[in-house]
Design a protein around this ligand. Structure first.
Ligand code: BT5
Length: 324
C-alpha cells in the first residue's frame, strides 16, 4: 500500500462527513497538490467515488467493493489488527504468505488478504474453496506471549469474534460447531484454521486463517459442498461489503484477544458456549482413531471438547469433526 494513499485514507476516515482541501491533504501527505491529485486518481481507479466541491475540497462518498488495503483502511478503527495489510489478487494460500512474513518479522496484527486462493486449505490438508471476489480469504498474524499448549484457544477466540462481526453487520445469527466451523441454518459459512510457529515451547507467531463465504449464490458452490455450504448473501438475500465485514472482524477480534490476554480464557469460554451449536446435544465425534458417540458437555479451559458416553464415562476430544 502506498504510504501517501494510506495517509490520505486515514485523513478521510477521520474527517467523516467533512470535505478536505487539496492544500490540507498535501500537507498531511507531505507532497505537492499535483501528487495528491494523482493519488486521488489512483484511488478512483480502485473504485473509490469522490465528491469534489470547489473551494471545499474532496470527500469520499463511496468505497469500492474490493478488499484492497486502501478500502480496508477506510473506516478502520483498530489499534493493530489490520493496520498492516498485504493485498493480493491471486495466491495459492494466504496462510503460506503469512507464515513467510511471520518468519521475516511481520508485526502483530498484519493481515494477508486475497481476492482468490488457488489452493486454499482447511485442516488435515483439505481443500477450501475460495473463488474470486466473493468471499473473505485472509490470514492474521498474532504474537501472543503464551505457552504452546494455549494455541488452540485462539481458534475459539476467533470464532467468537467472527460470529459477533457477522451478527453486527448482517443481523444473521450464526452458531459455532466445535472447534472451527461457523454455521448458519446448519450450513457452513466460515472455516477457521489456526497454525503456529514456535521456538522451544513459546509461541513465535499464530497464523489465524479465516475463510468467510460472503457474496456467493447457492449454486456457485461446487457440487461436493452444495448441501453443506452457504454464504451470507445466500442467507440474507443481499450482497454486502467484504471490507466492511473485515473491519468488524478486526475490531471484535482485537477486543476479545485483549480480554483473553488480560483475563484468560474463562470469559471467552462463556461467550463461546453461548454461541455453540452442539453443547447439550447427542453428537458423533469423528477422530482419526475412530468415532465417539455421546453428549457434548462443553469445553474445558484448554478448549478441549468433553463428551459423555452412554456408560457415563467422559472423554476429552482434542481434534475431530462433529456430526449432529
Ligand atoms: C476449515 O477447515 O474449515 C478451515 C478453512 C480455513 C480457510 C482459510 S481461507 C484463508 C486461509 N488460507 C487458507 O489457505 N486457509 C485459510 P476444515 O474444518 O478442514 O473444513 C474443510 C472442509 O470444508 C472441506 O473438506 C469441505 O468439505 C468444506 N469446504 C471447503 N470449502 C468450503 C467453503 N468455501 N465453504 C464451506 N465449506 C467449504
Amino acid at each position: 500500500q502506498s504510504e501517501i494513499r494510506k495517509r490520505l485514507i486515514e485523513a478521510f476516515t477521520n474527517a467523516g462527513d467533512e470535505y478536505l482541501s487539496g492544500q490540507f491533504l498535501a500537507e498531511i501527505a507531505g507532497c505537492s497538490r499535483t501528487a495528491i491529485w494523482k493519488h486521488i486518481e489512483e484511488l478512483r481507479k480502485e473504485g473509490f467515488v469522490f465528491e469534489a466541491v470547489k473551494k471545499k475540497g474532496y470527500k469520499i462518498i463511496q468505497a469500492p467493493e474490493n478488499v484492497t488495503a486502501d478500502e480496508i483502511s477506510f473506516g478502520l478503527k483498530t489499534d493493530f489488527i489490520g493496520r498492516a495489510i498485504h493485498y493480493e489478487e491471486e495466491v495459492d494460500s494466504t496462510q503460506k504468505i503469512a507464515h513467510r512474513l511471520a518468519t521475516e518479522g511481520a508485526v502483530e496484527g498484519t493481515v494477508i488478504v486475497a481476492e482468490e486462493q488457488l489452493s486454499g486449505r482447511g485442516r488435515l490438508d483439505r481443500k477450501w474453496h475460495s473463488p474470486k471476489y466473493s468471499g473473505i480469504w485472509m490470514s492474521i498474524i498474532l504474537r501472543p506471549n503464551l505457552p504452546m499448549q494455549k494455541a488452540p484457544q485462539l481458534t475459539l477466540v476467533t470464532a467468537v469474534a467472527v460470529v459477533q462481526a457477522i451478527e453486527e453487520v448482517t443481523g444473521l445469527l450464526p452458531q459455532i460447531k466445535w472447534p472451527n466451523d461457523i454455521l448458519i441454518s446448519g450450513k457452513k459459512v466460515t472455516g477457521i484454521l489456526t497454525e503456529m510457529q514456535a521456538d522451544a515451547d513459546r509461541i513465535n507467531a499464530i497464523i489465524v486463517g479465516i475463510g468467510i463465504n460472503v457474496n456467493q449464490k447457492q449454486d456457485d458452490f461446487p457440487e461436493e459442498i452444495q448441501q453443506i455450504a452457504t454464504s451470507l448473501a445466500a442467507e440474507s438475500g443481499q450482497n454486502m461489503s467484504r471490507a466492511r465485514l473485515m473491519q468488524a472482524v478486526f475490531a471484535r477480534l482485537e477486543r476479545l484477544y485483549q480480554t483473553y490476554l488480560k483475563e484468560g480464557f474463562f470469559p471467552i469460554k462463556l461467550l463461546w458456549e453461548s454461541y455453540a451449536l452442539s453443547i447439550g446435544k447427542e453428537i458423533i465425534a469423528r477422530t482419526v482413531t475412530g468415532d465417539i458417540y455421546g453428549k457434548a458437555l462443553g469445553i474445558t479451559e484448554d478448549g478441549v471438547l468433553n463428551i459423555q458416553q452412554a456408560n457415563g464415562e467422559i472423554v476429552q476430544v482434542y481434534s475431530a469433526d462433529i456430526f449432529i
